[in-house]
Each structure stands twice: as C-alpha cells, then as structure tokens.
Design a protein around this ligand. Structure first.
Ligand SMILES: Nc1ncnc2c1ncn2[C@@H]1O[C@H](COP(=O)(O)OP(=O)(O)O)[C@@H](O)[C@H]1O
Ligand SMILES: [Mg+2]
Length: 502
C-alpha cells in the first residue's frame, strides 16, 4: 500500500473515531443506556430467530463480496467500526434502532486501472507485430503457391532455379546440422518439409513401393513411398539416417522422413536428393564408358562403401554400417559421373566401443543374385559384424564387373548383363544360386580385352579378390578404395605433369 493510501486510511480512521465519539456522547446524552435493536443477517450464531440482535452499534459490512448485518457490543465497537481502507472490506456503523436494515454498499467509483498506461501501448505493439508476421507469412505462402502452380501448369520438367532469398534444403540442413547433434533435421522440420512436397512423376517401381520425383520449393527431390508390407525398411532407413551422420558424396543424401495417415491407411515417405540419371542399373543399360569413367564410377562406389563400413569416433561420429543389399539397382548415378549408394532398408550397424550389433528387425532378405556363398550355404556368422561387411565386398565385386562389361577397351564393349546371367535363369531361386556359387564355385566371366588395359586389368584383379570363397580372405572396402585411388593418381599424373610443363 502506498504512503498516500496509508495516510487516507489513518485520516479516515481518525475522522470516524472522532465522529463516533461525538455521536456516542450525543447518543449517550440523548438516548437511554438501553441497547439498540439491529437487523441481523448472515452472522452465524448471533442472530435471534426473528433476524435481529441487540448491541451498542448496528453495522453493515461487505467482506469479500458477502453482506453481513448485525450488532457490535460496547467493548469493541470502536475498532470494528474503523476498519475501512482494508481491501475487500467495507464497514458501516450506525446508532439508530434498525438503522442497518436498509444499508447498501456504496457504489464504488471505478479507479482507472494502473496498468492501463503500460498495457495499452504494449497491446498495440503486440497487435502490430502479429499483423506484420501474418502479412509476411501470407506473402511468402502466395509466392510459393504461385511458383508451384506455374511449375505444374506450364512444364513439369522445367524447374525454377531457387532464388537467393529462398532457402534450399541444403541451407536448412546446414543450419540445423552444423549447430545441432549433426544427425539430421528435427522431426518437426522433416514433417513440415514433407508436407510441402508435390509429387510430379513416378521414376521407379520396386518390390517394396514406388519412387517419385517431387518438388520442394522449386527443387527436385526423390520421394520413396514404401508399401505398408515394407514398413520395416522405412523404419530402418529412417532410423539409420536420423541417428547417424551419413552426409557423404557417395551416399544418397537424406532430407526427411514422414508418416501420414491417408484414407485410414498409413503412408510412409522417405525424401532424399533426386538423381535424374537414375540407378546404375538403368544407366548401364543405355550408356557405355571409357576406362577413366569406369574407374571414376568404381572408385566412387568404393568410397561410399568405405564411409558406410567405417566407424568414426568423434562427437559427430558414426557406427560402422554394412549395407546387405548392395547392387546396381541400389546405386544411383550423379551428374558428375560419380555414384552414390542408396536403399539402407536392410543395413546393420555396429559400434566397437559398446560392442553392440544392431541388426534391426527386417524380415526382408538381400537379393539372391548378389548373395555371397556363406549366405547361400547359411554358414555366415550372423553374430559377427565383420561377416556382413564381407558379404558387401562380394557384392561390390559383382557391381565392378557390371560396370566393366560396359567399358570400351580396344573398341570392344559387352552388352549389359546381370551377374551370373549365363549360369542361372532370371529371378533365380536360392537353390539355383547356391548350386552355382557354393557347389560349383563359379564366378562371372572376365572378357580378355580387360587384361590388355592397365586400369581394367587392375579392376579385374580387384574383382577376383572380392570373390574369394573364404570371407576373411576378401579385400576390405578400404583396400579397394586405396588401390583404385592409386590407379586414378597414376593415370592423372601424365596430364597433370603436362599442365605443369606448359
Ligand atoms: N534419389 C533417387 N533419385 C532418382 N531415382 C531414384 C532415387 N531413389 C530411387 N530411385 C529409383 O527407384 C528405384 C528403387 O529405389 P530403392 O531405394 O532401391 O527402393 P526399393 O527399396 O524399392 O528397392 C531405384 O532403382 C531407382 O531407379
Ligand atoms: Mg532397392
């Protein structure tokens, strides 16, 4: 309570005391010593049955909004009648018989609220701020909407290059992932982005769902829509991309993952970078390579596999990952002639520090045509992480073989064919593969021309060392990468030297 208020209370008290004292003397003089009869209401225990009481003063009070009428006795009427000024309490005393019967609360003159001078400008400011934000969002929404509508209406293949002001998904990723845990975008951001995508065309249909080209803010993105029976692959890919820092040139770049409910069925989406050239399998159907291009592709696949297989020990580290379904259909071709590894739905993770092997919970199995002998004869040690890496190396050898068939050496190139095309029928059974790979111990044939070229003969040698029957005897991904890097450097050296000489 402020000083002025205290003073008011004190003065009111004194005035009342003086007035009641004068009134006392007057009433003492004017009336007999008989007590007053007063109206009594809302006072427990002291009112008589006819709603009256007797005392030296009649009173009317309002306590916390509740009206009371009754009598004060001679001993303490003074203190009781001078309590005005206390919040939530109003007291009125009088000294005539039944004088409190019709007392009412004084209509309080509403005091202007003290917070008004501060609150009003604040409220105005807040309103202005909200209005400005709303306007900015509306303008932005209109711009995006307009752009998407244009893309759809005119030419779906013509995409607007993102303007400097618009964030690209790379910008958004960098913003979150260089400051945060580094694993991926927050789930809410992922879901928001996913719901801003419009699907444009279906680019792939597999056993497990569809892959679409979509657009987000004018940029192409790939949307993999999982069928509900392959929910475990979605869970696995989402889990791996969200818990592990997998950003690498030769691993398909992850953007977001989303689960929605549409017409009471669940939609599972995985959004990644889009690669227009499609899978390596598709690319090799219609393209031929020269040895340098072949080497570049092989090296890029090896680099991606090394990144997967290697555990990184740092705060933004990663566990070792084995792919378990490496094949040309699960590798994508980028515009720069390099490849990136996709489809982590079957991957397993291992951390040396905790010696924890996370094999996931996916009933799906790898592709039979690419299965290593120990998978086919079921001798693989499923509890040892190294075993899974060794099966990836077997498959890597087959991928290098498919690439090398499409490489022109001495003017000769072979048709595209899948591994073991001449030994098993299309869509081979487990038993058919087992007979060829384990019992007969057959390997894909290598064309003579490969042995006459310095690069291709090295690649052929690598393939053979990826196909040893005994898994530990096979090369590691790191060894393959080093050998291919060395080949690249040796091959680049003459041109580099030439450039320097000029
Ligand atoms: N990011 C992408 N960009 C372009 N095409 C893609 C992309 N991802 C997948 N595809 C196409 O879709 C096919 C299936 O993709 P994949 O991830 O292997 O799905 P699945 O689990 O059904 O095998 C690929 O072989 C490729 O042709
Ligand atoms: Mg696949």
């Amino acid at each position: 309570m402020g000083g002025a208020a205290m003073l008011t209370v004190a003065l009111t008290g004194i005035c009342l005391w003086m007035s009641t004292t004068v009134a006392d003397q007057l009433s003492a003089r004017s009336s007999s010593d008989d007590e007053l009869l007063c109206t009594c209401k809302n006072i427990k225990g002291t009112c008589s049955s006819d709603g009256t009481c007797t005392g030296f003063r009649c009173f009317y009070t309002i306590v916390h909004g509740r009206e009371e009428r009754g009598c004060f006795q001679r001993d303490h009427y003074r203190e009781q009648c001078t309590t005005n000024g206390i919040p939530e309490l109003y007291v009125h005393c009088c000294s005539q018989s039944m004088c409190n019967a019709n007392s009412t609360s004084p209509t309080p003159v509403p005091e202007p609220p003290r917070f008004l001078p501060v609150a009003v400008p604040l409220l105005v400011l807040l309103l202005v701020f909200v209005a400005a934000c709303g306007l900015a969002m509306w303008i932005r929404f209109r711009r995006q909407h307009h752009r998407l509508a244009n893309t759809k209406d005119h030419d779906v293949t013509m995409l607007k290059a993102p303007s400097k002001a618009d964030p690209t998904y790379e910008d958004i990723f960098d913003e979150f992932c260089t400051s945060g845990s580094g694993t991926g975008l927050p789930y809410l951001v992922q879901r928001t982005m996913a719901r801003q995508i419009s699907l444009v065309e279906c680019v792939g249909k597999g056993r497990y769902g569809e892959v679409w080209r979509g657009t987000w803010m004018g940029e192409s993105v790939a949307v993999k829509i999982f069928s509900s029976r392959d929910e475990q692959s979605w869970i696995r890919e989402t889990e791996i991309y969200n818990t592990v820092q997998l950003r690498h040139d030769n691993i398909l770049g992850f953007i977001a993952s989303d689960m929605t409910s549409k017409n009471s069925s669940t939609q599972l989406w995985l959004i990644t970078h889009f690669h227009e050239l499609g899978s390596l399998y598709d690319f090799l159907q219609y393209s031929i390579l020269d040895p340098e291009q072949c080497l570049k592709m092989c090296l890029s696949v090896a680099c991606g596999l090394v990144h997967l297989h290697t555990e990184i020990f740092s705060c933004q580290g990663k566990p070792a990952i084995a792919h378990r379904d490496l094949k040309t259909r699960n590798i994508l071709v980028k515009w720069n002639g390099q490849c990136c590894i996709a489809d982590l739905g079957l991957a397993v993770m291992h951390s040396q520090t905790s010696d924890f092997l996370d094999v996931g919970n996916n009933p799906r199995v790898g592709t039979k045509r690419y299965m290593a002998p120990e998978v086919l004869d079921e001798s693989i040690r499923m509890d040892v992480f190294e075993s899974y890496k060794q099966t990836d190396i077997w498959a890597l050898g087959l991928v290098l073989w498919e690439i090398s068939r499409r490489t022109v050496v001495n003017g000769i190139v072979e048709e595209y064919r899948p591994p073991f095309f001449d030994m098993v029928p299309s869509d081979p059974s487990f038993e058919e593969m087992k007979k060829v790979v384990c019992v007969d111990q057959q390997r894909p044939g290598l064309h003579n021309r490969l042995h006459s070229h310095v690069i291709l003969s090295s690649i052929a040698k690598i393939m053979k060392e990826c196909w040893f029957q005994s898994p530990p005897a096979r090369l590691t991904a790191l060894r393959v990468r080093k050998t291919l890097s060395k080949l690249t450097q040796d091959h680049e050296y003459p041109t580099e030297k030439l450039k320097m000489d000029v």
